[in-house]
Write a protein that binds this ligand. Structure first.
Ligand SMILES: CC(C)(COP(=O)(O)OP(=O)(O)OC[C@H]1O[C@@H](n2cnc3c(N)ncnc32)[C@H](O)[C@@H]1OP(=O)(O)O)[C@@H](O)C(=O)NCCC(=O)NCCS
Length: 204
């Protein structure tokens, strides 16, 4: 992975040549409605059926590892990280990552990724795993090199199960099923009320 600079952990404004700056900051509870709409638009309303969602159901994101991109006061990007056991090795799963379609190709996705990876490293995490397009994620150091013996709890394409080690060798002996280990969210009271598919947004 490229050098991770701790300065990037601070709330950072990124100057764009042809647009107003955007900011990456900790996710806030008030982001939730805009974030849900952004994810519906990016992945479709069937997004909760995706395999990686099984690692997020009823769990809270890892502490301090949920981020929002804001542009002109509007939520335009999101990323979260989640605690898992990768065949016995503590790790994080990243996702979903999404940027508003009107704001793509401006570096917001890269800024969210770099910010999230640096924050995870600063917190002492071992490795980050995701299911995604290698052509996009290899620029952040992800590859399938260390995921050959790992599996997700549902259908997945072997070549799209990717990881980056934040501590060298962290995934050397990772073998088996990736399972959720994050804090459980509280079930709502009453019958017939579905538990949220994802944890409520964190306070900043
Ligand atoms: C993927 C996504 C987050 C990228 O956000 P973004 O802000 O446009 O990304 P950036 O501006 O940082 O980077 C753009 C670069 O990534 C490339 N890129 C974007 N999606 C890509 C993909 N699926 N495969 C390969 N490259 C991709 C662009 O071509 C561009 O390349 P360049 O730097 O050589 O010009 C955004 O397109 C998105 O939200 N997509 C829908 C949801 C999604 O697919 N999420 C990822 C799940 S795997």
């Amino acid at each position: 992975m490229t050098a991770l600079k701790s300065a990037a952990l601070k709330k950072t404004a990124f100057a764009l040549a042809d647009a107003a700056p955007f900011v990456i900051r900790a996710e806030r509870a008030s982001d939730v409605a805009a974030r849900e709409a952004l994810l519906d638009a990016a992945f479709g309303e069937n997004r909760h059926a995706r395999t990686c969602q099984r690692l997020r159901d009823g769990r809270a994101p890892a502490e301090g590892l949920a981020f929002t991109a804001v542009h002109q006061g509007r939520v335009v990007g999101t990323v979260r990280l989640w605690h898992v056991s990768a065949g016995g090795t503590p790790a994080l799963v990243l996702g979903p990552l999404a940027v508003d379609s009107a704001c793509r190709l401006l570096g917001i996705g890269a800024a969210l990724m770099n910010h999230a990876l640096e924050a995870a490293k600063a917190r002492g995490h071992n490795a980050v795993i995701l299911r995604g397009d290698p052509a996009y994620y290899e620029r952040f150091g992800f590859s399938a090199e260390k995921t050959g013996e790992l599996a997700l709890p549902g259908p997945f394409e072997r070549e799209r199960l990717l990881a980056v080690e934040l501590r060298e060798g962290a995934l050397d002996s990772a073998w088996g099923m990736i399972v959720a280990t994050g804090s459980k969210t509280r079930k709502p009271r009453g019958r017939g009320i579905a538990e949220p598919q994802e944890a409520p947004a964190l306070a900043a």
